[in-house]
Design a protein around this ligand. Structure first.
Ligand SMILES: [Zn+2]
Length: 258
């Protein structure tokens, strides 16, 4: 359902790589100064970054605390977590990483999926290892599953999707000694079978992308781009972004039909 009113949503921001651009895709990479600036914008507006438990409570009850935001980071590149952790600590804020748990400590090359007609380069680098992920959790940050191998659940069999959802949960739980209750679809792609795989694996919710829905199995997130202006970033923080983009799409659709 699009057209949610701003007050009826918890803003969930989605990052991918945080670090130096180097060979990486600049459109999916937020540099350390830019990430620090985003945290300043969050603090300047008195926003608090939520834990996954708090975010889940909000989505389940549909009672959205004011000036609250969930920061999520997909893929768990080692450089990203090493870069983000001290900046988050300095800002007194927290984030949640969604990791493909079968790739911990390994080099990964993830195919791009965002940007429509824009040509994105694959995102590559080493994924955080077990010790790094443990340190991340001990610093007060959250962890969820991003499948086992970063497979697109909409393109594999139901049995494979079930394994991606179930095995990734078990691996993270064995490593961290805590329940892993939140899933995030690789590429934000999901369909009824993918949502069923996440549900059957014992998660309580699954994060996706846009458009915003009220389903716990397709929780909405907004991509943060490195060139977001303060105004555009603030629209995402306050949830106006959803409303404006839904309105914008409606206008576009209307003009298409004319
Ligand atoms: Zn991903």
């Amino acid at each position: 359902m699009i057209g949610l009113l701003p007050r009826r949503v918890l803003p969930v921001l989605m990052y991918h790589r945080i670090g130096e651009v180097g060979q990486a895709d600049p459109s999916l990479t937020v540099t350390p100064p830019t990430f620090a600036r985003h945290l300043d914008w969050i603090n300047a507006r008195g926003f608090r970054t939520l834990s996954l438990d708090e975010a889940h409570d909000a989505f389940r009850s549909r009672r959205f605390p004011r000036r609250s935001v969930l920061l999520t980071i997909d893929d768990g590149f080692d450089e990203t977590l090493r870069t983000a952790a001290p900046l988050l600590a300095a800002a007194g804020q927290r984030a949640t990483v969604f990791v493909p748990s079968g790739l911990l400590g390994r080099e990964a090359r993830l195919e791009p999926s965002y940007g429509g007609s824009q040509a994105h380069r694959p995102v590559s680098g080493s994924i955080v290892d077990g010790a790094g992920l443990t340190a991340w959790v001990n610093a007060g940050h959250g962890v969820g599953s991003h499948s086992l191998t970063h497979a697109d659940l909409t393109k594999i069999s139901a049995a494979e999707a079930a394994r991606e959802a179930t095995e990734s949960k078990r691996l993270l739980e064995d490593l961290l000694g805590r329940e892993i209750l939140d899933f995030c679809y690789p590429y934000a792609h999901h369909d009824p079978a993918a949502r069923q795989a996440a549900r059957a694996a014992g998660y309580r919710a699954a994060y996706a992308g846009e458009p915003p829905t009220q389903s716990l199995w397709a929780l909405p997130r907004m991509m943060v781009f490195p060139d977001d202006s303060e105004r555009r970033f603030a629209r995402k923080l306050y949830g106006y972004y959803y409303w404006l983009s839904a309105w914008h799409k409606r206008v576009l659709r209307t003009s298409d039909e004319q």
